[in-house]
Design a protein around this ligand. Structure first.
Ligand code: SF4
Ligand code: SF4
Ligand code: F3S
Length: 382
């Protein structure tokens, strides 16, 4: 709603939800977007006589953090499909598929892949018989954007300074190749102007130009509006080849590269999306592996019994609207002890301090939430 109220409230934008929330496994906006593309990718593999397999044993630092994908990406698969002339495999959704931004909201599935039970990972978390989870999605500002590659007008560009992918509204002629070839279906055609629009990553806020940002890079609207405090935004330095410059004290670097608890959405598509998800704990592993790649098991294992540092860094989620570029931890006392998966686990009331780009303190949060006891005289004052 924050995005809609800011950017897509005008005529011709009625159906546009640059940030949408869908209920998996049935929900999708546009409807069936992922199932449809996964099916097409599967068909292309069959036509090419190849298998799309992950080999998690072939890890190689930053280049292959979750192992090697031996299958084809949407770019390679296009050559093994009827879409040989296209840059990437894709399709253009119908108006009907765009019509319901939240179809099947809160609809659970009762099916469970029994094979998954035999394949329980070390964390051995129980899975629920019936399950659903929310997947909030916006443009991933991909490292290799298929939308950009697909546009015959070269109307789409990726900014050097922050990686934001934008459509030049003057250049766009509404060819809709971007709509067809973005695997996440995030460019949206506007009938009233005959050009395509997409999430602009709230770039004025990222640039520190929002009046309340005091010149510091600030969270986007959709992030800042998350009352569940489950979203964290950041900026990292990248090298010439697109890989990340090591920055151990950047919260995003720590969560994604060091702990690897946040994973890319459908990494097999091959665009290197820059939105990362901490996978839900109770859904079937096979489903999660298909969605987030083979890093799922390790991510869940780490998240279920978080290290002392991880537990502290997780407190930074939504602790400030200003983007944290660095964190520090001040050690506190031990406050709890238990056993998780047969291992001793201890909790410390550490304090995490977040710093802005210019080095200003922007957040100071402890692991244990402070408790405030209201004075007795206010007891019946509600
Ligand atoms: Fe382009 Fe789609 Fe990636 Fe966004 S998510 S950068 S629209 S390919
Ligand atoms: Fe909308 Fe901004 Fe979020 Fe993009 S980053 S989905 S433009 S609120
Ligand atoms: Fe290009 Fe997409 Fe416009 S393909 S011309 S940016 S509709």
């Amino acid at each position: 709603m924050a995005c809609k109220a800011t950017w897509t409230f005008s005529k011709g934008q009625e159906y546009m939800w640059w940030n949408n929330v869908e209920t998996k496994p049935y929900g999708g906006y546009p409807q069936f977007w992922d199932a449809r593309l996964l099916g097409m990718l599967d068909q292309a593999h069959q036509d090419a006589g190849r298998e799309a397999i992950w080999d998690p044993s072939q890890r190689d630092g930053d280049q292959r953090p979750y192992g090697a994908y031996e299958g084809m990406t949407i770019f390679e698969a296009a050559r093994h499909s009827e879409q040989r002339e296209e840059v990437a495999l894709g399709y253009e959704p119908t108006d009907e598929q765009w019509r319901s931004p939240n179809i099947y909201e809160d609809t659970a599935t009762g099916s469970r892949d029994q094979r998954d039970l035999l394949n329980l990972m070390p964390a051995a978390l129980p899975e629920h018989e019936t399950w659903f989870f929310y997947l909030q999605r916006l443009c991933n500002h991909c490292t290799y954007p298929a939308c950009l590659a697909a546009c015959p007008r070269q109307a789409i560009y990726k900014r050097q300074e922050d990686g934001i992918v934008l459509i030049d509204q003057e250049r766009c002629r509404g060819y809709r190749k971007c709509v067809m070839q973005c695997p996440y279906k995030k460019p949206m055609f506007r009938d009233t102007t005959r050009v395509t629009e997409k999430c602009i990553a709230c770039y004025p806020r990222i640039e520190g130009k929002d009046p309340i940002s005091e010149g510091e890079p600030m969270e986007t609207r959709c992030m800042a509006a998350c009352v569940g405090k489950i979203r964290l935004q950041g900026l990292v330095e990248v090298k010439e080849d697109g890989s990340w410059v090591e920055d151990r004290d950047n919260p995003l670097y720590y969560l994604i590269k060091t702990e690897k608890i946040a994973l890319p959405l459908y990494p097999q598509f091959g665009t290197e999306p820059n939105g990362y998800y901490i996978p839900p704990r109770w859904a079937p592993r096979a489903y999660l592996r298909q969605m987030f790649g083979p890093g799922v098991d390790e991510a869940l294992e780490k998240y279920s019994a978080p290290s002392r540092e991880l537990l502290a860094v997780l407190q930074l989620f939504r602790a400030s609207q200003t983007i944290a570029f660095r964190y520090e931890i001040i050690e506190g006392e031990k406050v709890f002890e238990t056993t998780i998966n047969g291992k001793k686990w201890e909790m410390f009331n550490d304090t995490v301090v977040g710093y802005s780009k210019s080095g200003k303190e922007i957040a100071r949060v402890s692991v244990e939430e402070p408790t405030y006891i209201r004075p007795g005289k206010h007891y019946n004052a509600i």
